[in-house]
Design a protein around this ligand. Structure first.
Ligand code: AMP
Ligand code: MG
Length: 321
């Protein structure tokens, strides 16, 4: 595979995973790692996740791997769970951004797995978007990175569509730093002591949590109110406002207005399309993207987190007339 050569010679490569497209560099090549930060415009204090072909590779990059970490790898890998562990010295400070820990994940996407097996060393890969923008989940989204990277391996749409769960096991407490498709509830079954990090983002143990994230050019606004109030709000809003709403709602039909319906009963579908909708709303010249709140169960936990971050906390609350 040509893609393997690109990584082996120390170039950067965009490749598909089941969460979002990643921008990879081999873990032992500082120049390639610098190119990843440069291509994304990523702040140097935001560490990268190392991708491995299987759990046996973790011994090469992490120390003090606890029995609970081994058990989680057995249960959830390959899959959308990144584990933060104590790093070995050979992991570059560029990857860990100066932290004593490193995040590791084993993706399940068949192309990513084959790539990692053939490359034979861990690959550092953040999401393949310019820093702060929505992560790329489709082929068309990564094509905007042509010219900034060594190559692109196309693999269709990403199944999950939101970034991996980041679980910190490097300290005393087991903390979910970023929710993802592996939910806090699921983790609790194996690790009853696990907690969601809910502290001040400025002091977040995961530097990535401090930055404004996943934001399109349009303003994302969380919309609160009854179905009825939202219905009249839509009718009176300008045509540059678009809406992301549950499919089950009975809304006024209006051909000229963009309303993206997602099935409330199928939060996986809503999550997998969220970033694509943000990107498409920008392309259609929308100025506001109103998003209703989804139930925070299952993948809804991660979706709610990403909607909240994209909105920067902006909320529109509608009163009933
Ligand atoms: P991305 O790969 O773009 O999805 O971002 C990776 C996320 O994992 C960011 O939020 C990072 O801050 C987080 N992360 C990576 N390594 C570590 C680490 N050693 N400790 C805590 N968080 C990490
Ligand atoms: Mg990212």
């Amino acid at each position: 595979m040509e893609a393997v050569e690109i990584l082996l010679r120390g170039d950067t490569l965009i490749f598909p995973t089941e969460t979002v497209y990643g921008l990879g560099a081999r873990f032992d090549h500082d120049q390639a790692l610098r190119s990843v930060f440069e291509a994304k415009g990523r702040p140097a204090d935001n560490p990268l996740i190392l991708h491995v072909a299987d759990a046996s590779w973790v011994e090469e990059i992490a120390d003090d791997i606890s029995p609970r970490a081994h058990e989680l790898m057995k249960m959830f890998w390959p899959g959308p769970l990144s584990l933060v562990l104590k790093k070995k010295d050979r992991v570059s400070h560029l990857i860990s951004a100066g932290l004593p820990s490193v995040a590791v994940r084993c993706p399940s996407h068949p192309l990513a797995r084959r790539l990692l097996q053939e490359v034979g060393v861990p690959v550092a890969a953040p999401s393949a978007n310019p820093s702060g923008r929505p992560s790329p989940t489709r082929e068309i989204d990564v094509l905007e990175m042509v010219g900034k990277v060594g190559g692109i391996l196309l693999g269709g749409d990403c199944e999950v569509g939101l970034e991996s769960t980041v679980l910190d096991l490097s300290g005393e407490r087991a903390l979910v730093l970023r929710p993802g498709a592996v939910t806090t509830e699921e983790l609790k079954e194996f690790l009853p002591e696990v907690e969601r990090y809910t502290g001040d983002p400025e002091k977040a143990p995961s530097p990535g949590l401090r930055y404004r994230h996943y934001a399109p050019d349009a303003s994302v606004i969380v919309l609160r109110g009854s179905e009825r109030a939202i219905r009249s709000f839509i009718v009176s809003s300008p045509k540059t406002s678009c809406f992301l709403l549950p499919f089950e709602w009975d809304l006024p039909f209006d051909q000229t207005r963009i309303i993206a319906f997602v099935p409330e009963s199928d939060l996986e579908a809503a999550a997998s399309q969220f970033y694509a909708l943000l990107r498409d709303a920008d392309k259609a010249g929308m100025k506001e993207i109103y998003v209703v709140e989804f139930p925070p169960e299952g993948i809804g936990e991660a979706l709610t987190d990403r909607v909240w971050r994209a909105s920067g906390g902006r909320v529109k609350t509608l009163e009933d007339a």
